[in-house]
Design a protein around this ligand. Structure first.
Ligand SMILES: [Zn+2]
Length: 366
């Protein structure tokens, strides 16, 4: 009898311990999970619908640090533009996932403090590579994720994208898929050649996956070295390198198959030659960095292309400003004295893109 009592006591003690552990795990989980709406962020659904109707594109600017984020938000507020704050998996590792969530929340509050009553800010994962990465972002406050299965066989890309969409839509988070492969290098994403999107696949892909937008490949590419000089011709008037034309026929065919469906262009930096010249003038070594002409992006923005990704251009603007300070004031060692000018230069670049390339200025709802 005494033996049974003792055993019962041990079992009870175990159950109490288990219950406490279960509860604390649940509490931790609830505390860790956060919905983007609680952070004041929005998803891309209405934003893209309005952009397609209005013939403009939403800027998707990558950020890794505070100065970039400040510059993006200030530029968006002062031009009254909606904006997508974009984070790659590498940037998430660099900045820390928890800190990022609070930075995004801070971005919303900062926009309000700057006078924007109803900011439209998306926190988006750029090139999510697994279901787990996308889930982790959704659980920590992202309002939009990209699942990039473009390197996978078609059926695997469909299955992976569908799985992410099913999870994301439970929380009203929007999902970007990708068909076709972009050339170039960006963080962990790299390919030495491009494969144009096959317009014959887009209806099947969009229908079966349920994705909210589609990144396509029409000849843009990642990084600052999009084309070799041998691939380019020289403009006789400006003397500038002109890359091979984008495959607007592929874009037209995609739009014909999926009328009104949101299309995304990656790798759309223009590699401003004045920034490249400044970098090289002050000790840099960027040789033959060539991007996508801004007129081509302006043309794309008037179509169903409603999100244009720009990363390298702000890296160039930041680096040019920092190099200039280091060269002209070698005794300077206060980070604010070189990161401040870098922030100003990025803000100028973002405003230029919003107003002159994407046309998303003055598109915030009053
Ligand atoms: Zn990309």
């Amino acid at each position: 009898m005494r033996y049974f009592c003792c055993e019962f006591a041990i079992v009870s003690a175990f159950m109490i311990t288990f219950a406490v552990e279960f509860n604390s795990l649940t509490i931790i989980n609830i505390r860790t999970m956060v919905n983007y709406k609680d952070l004041g962020l929005v998803n891309t659904r209405d934003m893209f619908a309005k952009a397609i109707k209005g013939g403009y594109a939403i800027p998707a600017f990558n950020f890794n640090n505070m100065e970039q984020m400040q510059a993006i938000i200030k530029a968006a507020v002062e031009t009254k533009s909606p904006v997508i704050l974009q984070v790659s998996k590498g940037a998430r590792q660099y900045a820390n996932a928890t800190l990022l969530r609070y930075m995004a929340q801070g971005a919303v509050e900062y926009a309000k403090e700057l006078g924007c009553a109803h900011p439209e800010i998306v926190l988006h994962l750029d090139h999510g590579d697994t279901f787990e990465t996308c889930k982790s972002c959704i659980d920590s406050g992202f309002s939009s994720v990209m699942i990039d299965g473009s390197h996978l066989p078609y059926e695997e890309n469909v299955a992976l994208t569908k799985k992410v969409v099913e999870y994301a839509h439970q929380f009203d988070v929007t999902v970007e898929g990708e068909l076709g492969v972009l050339a170039g290098v960006e963080d962990e994403v790299s390919s030495d050649h491009h494969t144009y999107t096959d317009p014959e696949e887009v209806i099947d892909f969009a229908t079966r996956t349920g994705c909210d937008s589609l990144a396509i490949s029409i000849g843009t590419s990642h990084g600052a070295y999009k084309f070799t000089p041998e691939q380019c011709t020289v403009d006789p008037v400006t003397g500038q390198m002109v890359p091979p034309p984008l495959a607007f026929n592929v874009l037209d065919a995609v739009m014909e198959k999926l009328p009104g469906f949101p299309i995304v262009l990656h790798g759309s930096s223009s590699v401003p030659q004045d920034e490249v010249a400044t970098i090289n003038q002050y000790g840099g070594a960027l040789k033959a960095a060539i991007g996508i002409p801004e007129e081509w992006l302006r043309k794309a923005a008037t179509s169903a292309v409603c999100k244009i990704n720009i990363d390298s251009d702000s890296r160039l603007a930041m680096t040019a400003a920092v190099r200039k300070v280091f060269a002209e004031k070698p005794a300077e060692f206060d980070p604010r004295k070189y990161l401040g000018p870098a922030r100003d230069n990025m803000e100028k670049l973002y405003k230029h893109k919003i107003i002159n390339v994407l046309g998303s200025d003055n598109k915030l709802a009053e």
